[in-house]
Design a binder for this molecule. Structure first.
Ligand code: FAD
Length: 603
């Protein structure tokens, strides 16, 4: 033990995005010793990229909004696979979490009478997203990190956890390295919160930052926790597609919320052609009605561009495949057209969407106040993740909690825009609170020296091998495989092919070698990330093979319809004592009668 730098805390939080920081704030306020670990610098976690806003039924812009409507919207968006208790807690608690953020110093955009302004977003019935222009994540991270530092949390920046440590069944800490020196560290803790974000780097075209290699999903799986819904990967309809160097970078749904429209090569608003029955009553039937909705007309219904992401992404793919795409293989997203409707449109666009304006000007030399953007789908979010108790966020492993994008439950088959930032606040808080309570009731677990030694030996292997595989090459091939064979539209033969390729890539990853020393060795870090990326890629593929229907973000060419009988369960995966991943269909518990009633009334 003495050869490792060892740290001791009551609650260890792995991840310094919105979920991790909100958990840290709550646990610190409960007066326990808290550490937060982050692969990147504090303030640089992926949450900082969030643009459009935080969904919370505050009713500031439309007083018809309340938690019941938000609950029903979330359940409908998730195609009724969401954990209904999580959806209830989320809808009820999000407004308070946003107001609390404001009390801690977050400066939101405001209504004329000084309340927090809320904007329209896909799948939300009323304007619901509290926002700061299109830089909401930055404000959220800044506020939470300032608040957390003042409460006394310890921060370990540029540290990466590579294995969770257990004392028999319960959690005992984590093992990792610091990027700067490459030294190993042992973190002992009574409770651990996973808040590691998503898996987007398993795909070639993604809006996600470099940190999103599915570490938390894989750490939890290998520690014996159950995961669920891994087949549901969200492809956001609007990513940049040109020039190639910026392909995948997100174009916020806020553009459509502010009146932006989608057109094909022929100038047609193709979204009007295909409105799913579940949303027919809530969707505008003319361009004029859609425009009025974006301008706050309470009598109008939302334009079809604001249907759920899964649907919009598939419509774009259809236009491209049927030869009606834009020159670089996407479609056009046009906000400049609003100059036909409002004075000073260019200034208005720059004020409401400052990051989008700069993003296109600097990266693509396009002035979005004058020209349409070219956009196409990009891998954006994973609905699947670690299965948790809805109230406490504890996983199947005692003392191990999960919150944010790495946890599953709230979003079911498809996440609504804005529901992630609110998820981080609501369930980050809960995870911190319950982890602190767990830490108070339990002592530190004992560490197993053999487990530590084996983690260290495994991590150092790439330096010792004489193998010929390059870690970056393996990662790129995996991204191609997932993009081509387990992407936005799936079918059995291709996914079986993907499984074969993943098997080969696993073998290749065991031959990967790296040069140099342990200080800031990005090749070595990539070699270690591969283990997680391959684990989550296999989970996604196997779960997608098992769900023989199309629902939400999961679309099967060979099973293109939604099957009633398949709507009542989650696909759950666990690590068996030996052999291949173990998948089980587990029934969703019956919904409480009062919540059922809400769904019925909101249909
Ligand atoms: C461009 C963009 C815009 C978005 N806009 C919105 C929006 O407007 N509204 C909305 O609701 N959602 C939005 N989302 C989604 C949302 O931003 C994310 O789902 C959310 O920020 C995830 O937060 P998190 O706290 O779970 O994880 P993150 O913010 O990603 O934090 C993960 C943390 O875990 C750390 N970590 C990971 N692995 C390890 C490891 N092995 N060891 C140590 N640390 C580790 C990382 O370093 C990081 O600190 C957007 C996403 C993108 C990409």
């Amino acid at each position: 033990m003495s050869e490792y730098v060892t740290h001791e805390h009551d609650v260890l939080i792995i991840g310094a995005g919105g979920a991790g920081l909100r958990a840290a704030v709550e646990a610190s306020a409960a007066d326990v010793r808290v550490a937060v670990i982050s692969k990147s610098l504090l303030g640089k976690a992926h949450t900082v990229m969030a643009e459009g806003g935080i969904a919370a039924a505050m009713g500031n812009v439309d007083d018809r909004d309340n938690w019941s409507v938000h609950f029903a919207d979330t359940m409908r968006g998730g195609q009724y696979l969401s954990d209904w208790r999580m959806a209830e807690l989320h809808a009820k608690e999000a407004p308070e979490r946003v107001r609390e953020l404001e009390a801690w110093g977050a400066l939101f955009d405001r209504t004329r009478d000084g309340r927090i302004l809320q904007r329209n977003f896909g799948g939300h019935r009323y304007p619901r997203l509290a926002h700061v222009g299109d830089r909401t994540g930055l404000e959220m991270i800044r506020t939470l990190q300032d608040h957390g530092i003042h409460l006394g949390m310890d921060v370990f920046m540029e540290y990466t956890v590579i294995q969770l440590l257990k004392d028999h069944d319960r959690i005992a800490g984590a093992f990792g390295y610091d990027r700067e020196r490459g030294r190993f560290h042992v973190f002992r803790a009574k409770a651990v919160v996973l808040a590691t974000g998503g898996i987007g780097r398993a795909y070639k075209i993604t809006s996600n930052s470099w940190e999103y290699t599915g570490d938390g999903h894989s750490l939890a799986y290998h520690a014996g926790a159950a995961l669920m819904d891994m087949e549901f990967v969200q492809f956001h309809p609007t990513g940049m597609i040109w020039p190639p160097s910026v392909r995948g970078i997100l174009v916020t749904e806020g553009v459509r919320g502010e009146g932006g429209v989608l057109r094909n090569r022929d100038g047609e608003r193709f979204m009007f052609k295909d409105i799913p029955p579940l949303y027919a009553n809530q969707t505008a039937n003319s361009e004029d009605e859609g425009w009025r909705y974006t301008q706050g007309d309470k009598e109008a219904r939302r334009p079809p561009e604001l249907l759920t992401r899964d649907h919009v992404a598939r419509c774009i793919r259809r236009e491209v495949r049927e030869g009606r795409g834009s020159p670089h293989g996407g479609v056009f997203l046009d906000i400049a057209w609003i100059k036909e409707r409002i004075p000073n449109a260019a200034e208005h666009i720059k004020k409401k969407l400052p990051s989008m304006y700069h993003q296109f000007k600097q990266l693509a030399d396009i002035d979005i106040t004058q020209e349409a953007m070219e956009v196409g789908p990009t891998t954006h979010y994973v609905m699947g993740g670690v299965r948790v108790n809805a109230d406490s966020q504890m996983t199947d492993v005692p003392g191990l909690f999960a919150a944010g994008e790495c946890a599953a439950g709230l979003h079911g088959a498809n996440r609504l825009g804005g529901n992630s930032l609110s998820d981080l606040l609501v369930f980050g808080k809960r995870a911190g609170e319950y982890a602190a309570a767990f830490a108070r009731e339990n002592s530190l677990g004992e560490l197993n020296p053999e487990e530590l030694e084996s983690a260290e030996n495994g991590a150092l292997q790439p330096f010792e091998r004489q193998g010929s595989e390059n870690p970056y090459a393996v990662q790129h091939t995996l991204q191609d495989v997932m993009q081509e064979l387990v992407g936005i539209v799936r079918q059995e033969q291709e996914m079986l092919q993907a499984l074969d390729r993943i098997r080969e890539l696993k073998a290749a990853s065991e031959r990967v070698s790296v040069d140099g020393n342990r200080e800031y060795n990005t090749g070595w870090h990539t070699a270690l990330d591969l283990f997680h990326l391959l684990t989550v890629s296999e989970m996604i593929t196997r779960a997608a093979l098992d769900r023989r229907e199309s629902r939400g973000a999961h679309f099967r060419d060979d099973f293109p319809t939604k099957e009633e009988r398949l709507g009542g369960f989650n696909i759950v995966v666990r690590k068996p004592s030996e052999g291949e991943m173990e998948f089980r269909r587990e029934p969703i518990p019956p919904m409480r009668a009062d919540l059922q009633q809400i769904i019925k009334e909101m249909k």
